[in-house]
Design a binder for this molecule. Sequence first.
Ligand SMILES: CCCC(=O)SCCNC(=O)CCNC(=O)[C@H](O)C(C)(C)COP(=O)(O)OP(=O)(O)OC[C@H]1O[C@@H](n2cnc3c(N)ncnc32)[C@H](O)[C@@H]1OP(=O)(O)O
Length: 321
Amino acid sequence: MVLSAARQHLLGGIRLGAWGQHLLRGSRLGAWGQHLLGGIGSVYTDAKGFQEKEIREKLQAFPGGSIDLVKQESGIAVLTVNNPARMNAFSGSMMVELEERVSQLEEWTEGKGLIIQGAAGTFCSGSDLNAVRAISNPQDGMKMCTFMQNALTRLLRLPLLSVALVEGNALGGGAELTTACDFRLMAPGSVIQFVHKHMGLVPGWGGAARLVRIVGGQNALKMLGGALKIDPEMGLQIGLADGVLEGSLAGSGANALLEAEQWLGCYTTGPAPVIRAIKSVVVSGRELPLEVALRTERDVFGTVWGGPANLQALATKAKHK
Ligand SMILES: CCCC(=O)SCCNC(=O)CCNC(=O)[C@H](O)C(C)(C)COP(=O)(O)OP(=O)(O)OC[C@H]1O[C@@H](n2cnc3c(N)ncnc32)[C@H](O)[C@@H]1OP(=O)(O)O
């Protein structure tokens, strides 16, 4: 089967990469789905002069901290941004590690959910200003930002329901990281702030594009233009936050994580193939033109129809009272 000119046109500029492969992995997508993904180049290498190997090497020259991943049997993974001496700022090596952890999550076929948190009670203060100073020329900045955009785009497209657990501060790139999750949970006293304007910058990790989709253009303009400090109350009001942690449990590390796990559990309870299919149809609806999204939805539907969970539900004559 050859894609018609119209479909080629629809796909213009949309080049599915790892996400598309995810959709396919272990699934029973139809021939059209295979065509949709086959032969379409990666979305991740299109910036002029972008050489992933080169920027990796450059980033590795700024070590410090780590990105820790724990995959739990419950199907919920916890990713920790761990550089407490610098308020969990992203060193160069942490950027590389983030991309590696995303690759590991892409391979995790049993997963259903993901919680992203910062170590020691605060989320993330953006990129490490020491590294920023050292690569402050536009060429290196563009490469770093392409690398991080790609990693965060793949993060958001994972077939896992993801939540940013925001304690303390999420500043600059840290605020951008929160927008690469499906949901944001804020602890009392926490702040999400796009401080870029104060740094003479705009978001570059894809945070502006995602923010507009989350809170709308008007709110995004106010947040970026005013470098507004968004507290939990304001976060809820503008739709940036999806929930606020209970004061009694928040701020105490493990308890905040436990609360986030409980919150996420409302959405991830059920068989992994179904939860993953839910995320996949929402991602395609969010990112693809309608005709392509509808076809993808049909193909994903085909992966769960007649599947174990579907057959079991039919056998037990489930009622939805
Ligand atoms: C495209 C990406 C754009 C970006 O992300 S640009 C970076 C944006 N982020 C920032 O400008 C954050 C600057 N930092 C701050 O505002 C404050 O440090 C912050 C996070 C509110 C915490 O304030 P305090 O609680 O008073 O703590 P503090 O200032 O004493 O910080 C403790 C140690 O952490 C360091 N730190 C915090 N944020 C950092 C960063 N982004 N890069 C490198 N180091 C950073 C800070 O320098 C301090 O270190 P030290 O104890 O003086 O050695």
